[in-house]
Design a protein around this ligand. Structure first.
Ligand code: FAD
Length: 383
């Protein structure tokens, strides 16, 4: 059966997918961007675009999006937990909802000439011949498309690739926390624009920040056992906030919550024949340092020349190149995030760190610098 042939099909229109699609289009490829959702759509996220992420957006000419969407510039991080607190000055970045950010990134890709298919769940067929085939499942049924190269930007768990192979050895951390998120229409005054409030507690942590339109974005990473014990996300997040002494915002418990698969996982393979994973689909570490979007955006920009070369002429060596390049750059950037995740599970250590920051705020400088610096650019073939 014949199917329309694209140079590249990008599955997933989060930050990684939209920017990968846009960068591939800029290299002259015919690109189809597919997402099962329709935009704007909600996504569990702290909504904080780190200074490093802004730098990566700038490199693609997209750094005007956050201010244009009415995002709040980030100024400080307020940390609360175990009876103590600390404040850290931040070095830039924006608080923006994922509805607004992702919608704007998709629009930018479409303006560049990328074709968009929303409301279509992609399924990868096993490799056969010189292209990869995908089924796009919509309400009206399934249609087929072929691609010289597929970019799997399908987020946590990276399920797309597992459909097309015998299993690339992906591993979830058995102790991985689960993400929860909601948005409340009116932020209470205690949540000033530009301040991230982070509550750390036994069983998880919660980040609250005012985003555009003065709504309050709430995102949490919690242990599955803690979630079960409280009998639901609203009650669970309220309990974490109560423990810190912070007033629980009205309507938080009864809000509509969204969840995620286990957050910390590692990908056994970063791709397969004519397929490259990017963004959270390459593995993820807990979101405490708020760098996931930076890694996703930087990965997308770095992958673009490699995937463009693969569309021109497939060579398995390009996959090896991608694996090595990603390990050198984002793998390194994820190390301090792993260290933070480890420390957060040790209350005496976290309390010590908060007390130290309270006395000497300058101790936070290396952390602030780390999230302000984008991952080092990958060396890659130019196509
Ligand atoms: C609680 C929490 C708080 C966080 N806070 C921050 C923060 O403050 N700052 C930060 O930078 N990062 C944060 N992150 C991380 C950040 O959200 C992710 O790293 C980022 O979204 C990764 O982008 P992505 O494009 O790889 O994937 P995603 O944004 O997850 O996009 C994947 C897309 O793929 C689509 N999709 C999946 N499967 C298919 C399919 N088969 N067919 C079609 N479409 C498909 C989905 O609908 C989705 O739109 C947080 C994460 C969590 C869970």
């Amino acid at each position: 059966m014949s199917a329309p042939l694209w140079d590249a099909v990008v599955v997933g229109a989060g930050p990684a997918g939209s920017v990968a699609a846009l960068e591939l289009r800029r290299r002259g490829l015919e690109v189809l961007l597919v997402d099962r959702a329709r935009f704007p759509r909600r996504k569990v996220c702290g909504g904080c675009l780190s200074p490093g992420a802004v730098e990566v957006l700038r490199a693609s000419g997209l750094d005007g999006i956050a201010p244009a969407e009415g995002a709040h510039p980030l100024k400080r991080l307020r940390l609360l937990g175990w009876g103590t607190s600390a404040e850290v000055l931040l070095d830039g970045g924006w608080a923006i909802s994922r509805d607004a950010l992702d919608h704007a990134l998709v629009a930018a890709a479409v303006r560049e000439g990328v074709a968009l298919r929303e409301g279509a769940q992609a399924r990868l067929h096993p490799p056969e011949g010189p292209v990869r085939r995908l089924g796009l499942v919509e309400r009206s049924g399934e249609t087929l498309v072929d691609a010289r190269v597929v970019v799997a930007a399908d987020g946590l768990g990276g399920a797309l690739l597992r459909q097309g192979t015998s299993g690339p050895g992906d591993r979830s951390d058995p102790a991985a926390r689960i993400g929860l998120g909601t948005r409340l229409p009116d932020a209470p005054e205690t949540f000033e624009p530009g301040t991230i409030t982070m509550v750390v507690a036994d069983g998880g942590y919660v980040g609250l920040v005012r985003v555009e339109g003065d709504s309050l974005n709430v995102a949490a990473a919690v242990d599955a056992t803690t979630l079960r014990r409280h009998g639901g996300p609203g009650r669970c997040v309220a309990a974490l906030l109560e423990g810190s002494g912070l007033a629980v915002p009205d309507r938080l418990e009864n809000a509509t919550w969204r969840g995620t698969p286990p957050l910390t996982w590692s990908a056994g393979a970063l791709g397969a024949e004519r397929v490259f994973r990017v963004g959270d689909a390459t593995g993820y570490v807990e979101p405490f340092t708020g760098e996931g979007m930076c890694w996703a955006l930087a990965g997308a920009r770095a992958l673009a020349p490699i995937a463009a070369a693969a569309a021109h002429s497939w060579d398995p060596g390009l996959l090896v190149h991608w694996q090595q390049a990603r390990a050198r750059s984002i793998g390194r950037a994820q190390r301090h995030c792993r260290a933070a995740a480890w420390a957060l599970r040790r209350p005496p250590l976290t309390r010590l760190v908060l007390d130290a920051l309270r006395t000497i705020p300058a101790l936070a400088t290396p952390f602030v610098r780390a999230v302000s610096t984008p991952p080092t650019p990958f060396p890659g073939p130019t196509a």
